[in-house]
Ligand binder design. Sequence first.
Ligand code: UD1
Length: 429
Amino acid sequence: MEYIEVRSGNKLLGQVKIEGAKNAVLPILAGALLADHGETVITNAPILSDVFMMNNVIKHLNTDIEFNEETNTIKINATRELKNEAPFEYVSKMRASIVVMGPLLARTGHAKVAMPGGCAIGKRPIDLHLKGFQALGATITQTNGYIEAKADKLKGARIYLDFPSVGATQNIMMAAVKAEGTTVIENVAREPEIVDLAIYLNKMGAQIVGAGTESIRIEGVSSLKGIEHAVVQDRIEAGTFMVAAAATGGNVLIQDGLMEHNRPLISKLIEMGATVTEEAAGIRVIGPKVLQPADITTLPHPGFPTDMQAQMSVLMTLASGTSVLSETVFENRFQHLEEMKRMGAKFRVSGNVAYIDGVLGFQGAEVSATDLRAAAALIIAGLVADGVTKVHHLEYLDRGYYNFHKKLQKLGASVERINDEVKATQTFN
Ligand code: UD1
């Protein structure tokens, strides 16, 4: 089993390059299924296990797909007749693969996808996705662990989402681009990844307006073509390095960082004592000597992102006072705190609120990542812990961070990725 070994002591200094956003490229890959002519070329695609997984799903649906990892480019030809089914072996490994349902329904009138289960951070139902498909005229059935959506012809409709779900917004948007007439989706997610998807779909020939606001309006078109698109930068990877800089009292430039995608995070970092400035080359974060406590509530964009919650809990533990952290997006996203307890964190959880006592430091320990962002948070905690920290379950980290340890090394951190088997053989020899 591989693990990451972290030793503290070094402030992070230098600059870091951020990849294309995982949460943007996954729906964009699914969107390539809509192109009935022409080739799709996706550039700035991050090299992540979730991306390989989505590529497998797309390939399984009878497309040609090629990932050039040297150039971060994925080429897709989806012009053949598509298959309709995304089987359990894929959906069970990555819930985000349900976002193929909308494009399949639009393109072929039939989508069959294994029912995604819950996951480490919550139950994560897909009722809003299905409600949207139904409003567009699809019939939904559920048998033997599969959800099926069928429609002879999708028709534009007015849809109100009870919650601004990111996945539901993307899935319904992609189902509606070829529906007859006008679709209006209200109370939609406003994340930058939604905006990137709309820009991409519009280049393909879709007619979408309002992405990034509370309401999206779509005029159906009859055909979409393959085009070239560069994936937007990963604001969560950028945010993770901002937190790492702040935690270590470092000075890091996030190359080409976009202030407007990270406003809620930046405002909290400043409140906690960090200096955050916009430069021509990106965003600079300078960590303070002493971090101040903060109150944070996660919310849909433009509120504070749930995907930055675990990393912020590290800063809160390092602060000089008690912080309050409320998680309102997912119902079970405090598991990383239990792991941080092994490293000396002190907190009390009541419902969806964690009261975190600033203990001004961590002790090195052996810990396990419980989800993707928890993996990054534990490594950041290790950067400032006394002694050695070993973080296990790197399969979570690899879903969303490319070469995380190498980027930290370049900033001066003492971080190694260790393959236990190799080490054991070397010791034996
Ligand atoms: C996406 C992101 C994930 C991020 C999350 C919230 C991707 C691949 N993943 O996940 O990193 O943490 O947005 O910003 O982009 N819900 C329902 N019914 C539904 C759909 C969602 O009740 O039909 C609930 C979920 O259980 C959850 C909340 O809505 O509590 C938010 O989920 P959603 O915005 O859909 O997140 P994802 O698209 O799954």
